[in-house]
Design a protein around this ligand. Sequence first.
Ligand SMILES: [Cu+2]
Length: 665
Amino acid sequence: MTSSRRTRWHACALAGLLVAAAACGPARPNTSMAGASDAANRVYVAPGAKDEFYAFMSGGFSGQVSVYGLPSGRLLKVIPVFAQNPENGYGYNVETKALLNSSFGNIPWDDTHHPSLSQTDGAHDGRWLFINANNTPRFARIDLATFETVETIEVPNTGGNHGAPFVTENSEYLIGATRFSVPIPQADVAISDRASKFKGTISFVKANEAGKMDIAFQLLVPGIDYDLGRPGKGPSHGWAFFTSYNTEQAFTKLEVNASKNDYDYIAAVNWKALEACAAGGKARSWPARYAHNVMSHTTHQATTEFKTAVNVIDPKDCAGSIYYLPTPKSPHGVDIDPTGEYIVGGGKLATVIPVHSFSKMMKAIEEKAFEKDVEGIPVLAYAKVMAGEVQNPGLGPLHNEFDDKGCAYTSVFISSEIVKWCFSDFKVVDRVPTYYSIGHLMVPGGDTKKPYGKYVVAMNKITKDRYLGTGPELTQAGQLYDISGAKMKLLLDFPLIGEPHYAQAIDANLLKDKETKFFTLADNAHPWATKREQDAGISRQGKTVHVKMTAIRSHFAPDNIEGVQVGDTVLFHVTNLEQDWDVPHGFAAMGNWSDAELLVMPGQTRTLTWIPKYPGVYPFYCTDFCSALHQEMMGYVRVSPAGRAVALQANVPRPAAAPPAAGKR
Ligand SMILES: [Cu+2]
């Protein structure tokens, strides 16, 4: 560390630990400081060549997931998850809308934070990506064959779903904890009664079968706030670990009032014990209302089932299911190393990185080395579970990921850097600045038993002076570092769709040959699918007009529609007849105030709801450039005043009459 850098640290510390700003990063970007001399070569992916990794970045308050290639940093796709997406009609069209259903109604937005790839035996298996909705607690499953959201489930008895979802070693469960304690079950109580009336939960959601997410059980926990978590692996498989903060149980001005205690806790939860307790009848069924939404790849429609009860386990009824490990000081992240032995806290306000030992924890439990208890939950003695403390980690250590050589990479927010240290002696061996104020970081496979150990990506909160200005809001950004050698080397800055909160990356070899290239038309079981042009048509049910429409290069059938009246609702059910990769068709109709466009994949059916306001003749057209005659792919719908006698008709092409059989002339 240079002396000027050290001086700046002290200035930041004096300015207040809690106030982080770009001013606390390096004064000016210095690309030579950490950059590799061959950086351009290392990240250059030649035209036509492919990236090594798919990186799935959370969209934060965009509600989505974005997919980037690494090492190039090229944006490949945005996957809509918890927010409507006009680009492809997700959450607007009839078929996908149900994926946003909840007990509060249809919610058009949420905040996605922690992508989590499915695992088998502690390593990525390329089946699914999961992500949380932070605001109205939900989990989503994204199918990695289609890169589409296929399932969502609401998590009841939870207030803020930040500490989620994290996948257990064989994708048995997604685990999640309540960030904000709340009355459980919800009730009208005074906020000042927080300490006595609020509780938390830790949820275990079955994840290992597509379409069958379900809340297996929830553990009722004391009403402090819980943050990030990780399941154990290897020897610690069967356990889950969550940080906690606000053991003060403050309910106003938390920035001061929740930062008083020297120690908060990492909660160690034995989910195998909880499974046994649930099987032994120790769970109680509590009334709860939550939605489970599933997309079918045959009907191409999402459906909702509302559930009415959830299994809740009180730790008093399940001895040995939870312990607290004292951890300094408002820890943010907790991460488990690839061996499963080390439980690494993110001290946030601490002067060290605390590392607990799983084997010592088990011994302390056996010896009942308890300091005290919190509402009956034993608090283990800090000295008995501590494996080591990493000294001089920088200001504000948050999160850790791991390489394949026994070392950890810690993101440090206030001093804006990545710190590398190793388990052999818990000593810092390298540090590089990030521009600026890193939150999460990600090593491909860095939370698994088998990290790739080649790159680390910093997800930064502030990009002042790194990019061309774009008004009051600047781009969000990532930085890619080479970690293959002893020293980290900065390779690339790349802008990201905000907020890139956390990311996970998977080896492209696990996905590239399993893509769904199109949906088989013959398998399309959508009730309004049209598989041949001559089966297209129009029908009226009261004030609702159904148009069965096909799209194929380069026309719609029908393309002239009459007999619609003001006061009608028109449902355009558009089936894309193409059976070829990368030939979607779009559909949009003028004056469409209640819906977005449709983007219909080959073999798929999607429905746009169109409610005409005024008489006239309105064009519709294909929005996705599909062929040389894409401009010609359009049609008209005539709208008449209510009550005018215009026959309902659509110009559906009929097949040419078959030639008469011989002998019948
Ligand atoms: Cu088209």
